[in-house]
Design a protein around this ligand. Structure first.
Ligand code: NDP
Length: 286
């Protein structure tokens, strides 16, 4: 059964698509736009981007991908902390909308916390909601104390999500942040779910336990990592992972991961190999 979750009032597949490093010349813009369209065809409905990525070029690629298909996607972008002021965040959003070629974002996030007072950013977000330019807002890279501060502010209770780093090799948020977000009924967006595809990703994929479980299930180690990230915890699925992928084989694997449910025994083996946090750890970021 395809893994879905209730994400801020919308039922979404639990795997979406990231766009960091798109627009930087690793692939052509058309290859990247085609990858996003392919991902949509495969059911990876949420597309995550940011004004920061390639100085706006990633948003342009998303716009190119969504031409004529905007309604099929759940579109997320992010404002830089330097644009988090009451008026600045409105202007930043308008620039993002222009690059994306759309009149609205489904979700707009503060990329990370900077020097601007959260009250101000929330006022800007609320104005964007009133003007129909964004449907919901949220944050990214917020640890427990930031989330608590936010939740206590006017409009803070309407924060739809917190986008944070999470994968099998980085489980620190399980100790305090995930429980707190669950108390607030706030779903999590997991970034770098395959540990960015580089050296640390390879170390995870080549871990003997990961390899053994994946082989026994007939899935790839990356699929195991994704299925693990979005696994239901205590019967509730509230994590949505946003792997970035351009290669068609990667997209196909990632979409197939929506169908993989790990057993209690498999999860227990992974807990023994990758111990859950025993105390509060600093929030992992990239
Ligand atoms: P990911 O963990 O998504 O790794 C992306 C890399 O993994 C790419 O090189 C990709 O290759 C490769 N990959 C994807 N699928 C597979 C697969 N099935 N098998 C093997 N390799 C695969 O890292 P990201 O840093 O991109 O994080 C995901 C997204 O999260 C970002 O793109 C961005 O949207 C968001 N993000 C948010 C941050 C924040 O501060 N809020 C910080 C970092 C990320 P290829 O592209 O060649 O197919």
């Amino acid at each position: 059964m395809t893994a879905t979750l209730d994400f801020a009032g919308v039922r979404l597949p639990a795997i979406g698509q990231g766009t960091w490093h798109m627009g930087e010349g690793l692939y052509t813009p058309e290859e990247e736009a085609e990858a996003l369209r392919r991902g949509l065809d495969l059911g990876l409905k949420l597309i995550d981007t940011a004004e920061m990525y390639a100085d706006g070029h990633a948003e342009e690629i998303v716009g190119r991908a969504l031409a004529g298909r905007r309604d099929e996607a759940y579109l997320v972008s992010k404002a830089l902390p330097s644009h988090a002021g009451r008026d600045a965040v409105v202007r930043a959003c308008e620039r993002s909308l222009a690059r994306l070629g759309t009149d609205r974002l489904d979700l707009y996030l503060l990329h990370w916390r900077g020097g601007t007072r959260l009250e101000e950013t929330l006022e800007g977000f609320e104005r964007l909601v009133e003007e129909g330019k964004i449907l919901r807002y949220g944050v990214s890279n917020f640890d427990v104390d930031d989330i608590d501060e936010l939740a206590a502010l006017p409009g803070g209770e309407r924060c739809a999500t917190n986008q944070v780093l999470y994968h099998l090799g980085s489980r620190g948020i399980e100790y305090a942040l995930l429980p707190r977000m669950r108390e607030l009924r706030m779903p999590t967006m997991a970034y770098c779910p395959v540990a960015q595809g580089g050296v640390s990703s390879r170390a995870l994929r080549e871990h003997p336990e990961v390899k053994a479980i994946a082989e026994a299930r007939g899935i790839s180690p990356t699929q195991l990592l994704l299925a693990w990230t979005i696994r239901p915890r205590d019967g509730l699925r509230d994590i949505l992972a946003i792997p970035k992928a351009v290669q068609p084989s990667h997209l196909a694997e990632n979409a197939q991961s929506l169908e993989i449910e790990l057993s209690e025994a498999e999860l227990a083996r992974l807990d023994r190999a990758f111990t859950p946090p025993q105390r509060k750890e600093p929030l992992d970021i990239v």
